[in-house]
Design a protein around this ligand. Structure first.
Ligand SMILES: NC(=O)c1ccc[n+]([C@@H]2O[C@H](COP(=O)([O-])OP(=O)(O)OC[C@H]3O[C@@H](n4cnc5c(N)ncnc54)[C@H](O)[C@@H]3O)[C@@H](O)[C@H]2O)c1
Ligand SMILES: [Zn+2]
Ligand SMILES: [Zn+2]
Length: 368
């Protein structure tokens, strides 16, 4: 079929919205009609050429939600008409990692996905004779996409898809970092560095776990105000003296849990140093540039602080994304506050501009 999609043709240039061909789903694959898709930093990072593992031409986009249009042979967990959220982090339920409760990093299709192919090593997108590669296994800047069944979470039909799509990446990443990775204990003191989609998600996750105090640190007053709306009890302007200010707020000890959601290694170090002696746990969710390293004074670790990383918030997508969407439907997660702009697919580059200007938390492409 012919569809419209935003194609990365050349690094550093705007995406080109154009007609491309999309082949039918093969065995284990699903054709999804996208209805909504968030615009995220990772799309821009790849489009800019800053990511050395990027490739072109490719259809970008990874924060999608839509409706199952057709299923390939052997697909058993989804039916035509199901509402789905796309998962750049799939869940095969069979590999050694999927069977462990300790990680969400599925091993099933990593290699091919990283190179822009579906699990059989080919693409479904093309233009004449030329194949166009997939991105993050999702390629949701498109009217339709073909994805592996194991990379789709079936969610309630009651959830508006222009809200549900945010659970495809940043929001689940932040919430999951608090719930799954840190397993925040009720009554504890939490500090979240960064109040973008991921950091605000971490504030939500800390609140859902019953944290006693949630301090959010950012450079932007308007984002700190949003954090208050999501349950932050204290806010701080970030900067070189952030650790000192956090120690002052916590009787000189620091926080039980800290979260880093900026991607800046200087802030990561602050998040380690703001965790308390004895048991403070620093969870790093931000993605730093390739080759950049994080400095930690070992004494901080000897005296009981711990550091861990979190990919997609440790969320096992097919199991947990539907549960998070239920929490949204029950009124426990306020997603509306994060949808700042609605765009058409043709305006996708405007989504990048808004993101660079830090105008709003998420721009969502509406395909309806
Ligand atoms: N681990 C994962 O699976 C995963 C998934 C999605 C995104 N990410 C990463 O998470 C990070 C955050 O993503 P986002 O979409 O929320 O980004 P964002 O740019 O919207 O938010 C980052 C925030 O950090 C703030 N900030 C910058 N410098 C600061 C400082 N010195 N002190 C305090 N705050 C500061 C900015 O003002 C901004 O509000 C990025 O690095 C992104 O790549 C990771
Ligand atoms: Zn993302
Ligand atoms: Zn797996």
């Amino acid at each position: 079929m012919k569809i419209r999609a935003a194609v990365l043709e050349e690094f550093g240039a705007p995406l080109s919205v154009q007609e491309v061909a999309l082949a039918e789903p093969e065995g284990g694959e699903v054709l999804v009609r996208l209805t909504a898709c968030g615009v995220c930093h990772t799309d821009l990072y790849t489009a800019s050429g800053a990511d050395p593992s990027g490739y072109a031409p490719a259809v970008l986009g990874h924060e999608g939600a839509g409706v199952v249009e057709r299923i390939g042979e052997g697909v058993s967990s989804l039916e035509v008409g199901d509402h789905v959220v796309t998962l750049f982090s799939p869940q095969c339920r069979e590999c050694i990692h999927c069977q462990s409760p300790d990680t969400n990093i599925c091993l099933a299709i990593r290699e091919m996905q990283g190179q822009g192919y579906l699990p059989d090593g080919t693409t479904r997108f093309s233009r004449g004779e030329e194949p166009i590669r997939h991105f993050m296994g999702t390629s949701t800047f498109a009217e339709y996409t073909v994805m592996p069944e194991i990379a789709l979470a079936k969610v309630s039909k009651d959830a508006p898809l222009d809200r549900a799509c945010l659970f495809a990446c940043g929001l689940s990443t932040g919430i999951g970092a608090a719930i799954n990775t840190a397993k925040v204990k009720s009554g504890s003191i939490c500090v979240v560095f960064g109040a973008g989609m991921v950091g605000l998600g971490a504030v939500v996750g800390c609140r859902l776990r019953g944290a006693g105090r949630i301090v959010c640190v950012d450079l932007s007053e308007s984002r700190l105000a949003l954090a208050e709306g999501q349950g932050a009890t204290d806010t701080l302007r970030g900067g070189p003296d952030a650790v000192e200010q956090i120690l002052e707020l916590t009787d000189g000890f620091g926080a039980d849990y800290t979260f880093e959601a900026t991607g800046n290694v200087t802030v990561m170090r602050q998040a380690v140093e703001a965790a308390r002696m004895g048991w403070g746990l620093c969870t790093v969710a931000g993605v730093a540039g390739k080759g950049v390293t994080l400095d930690i004074v070992p004494r901080f670790l000897i005296t009981g602080r711990r550091v861990c990383g979190s990919s997609f918030g440790g969320v096992k997508g097919r199991d947990q994304v539907p549960e998070l969407v239920e929490l949204y439907l029950a009124g426990d997660i306020d997603v509306d506050a994060f949808v700042s702009h609605k765009l058409s697919l043709d305006e996708v580059n405007r989504g990048f501009e808004l993101m660079e200007a830090q105008d709003g938390i998420r721009s969502v492409i509406d395909f309806t």
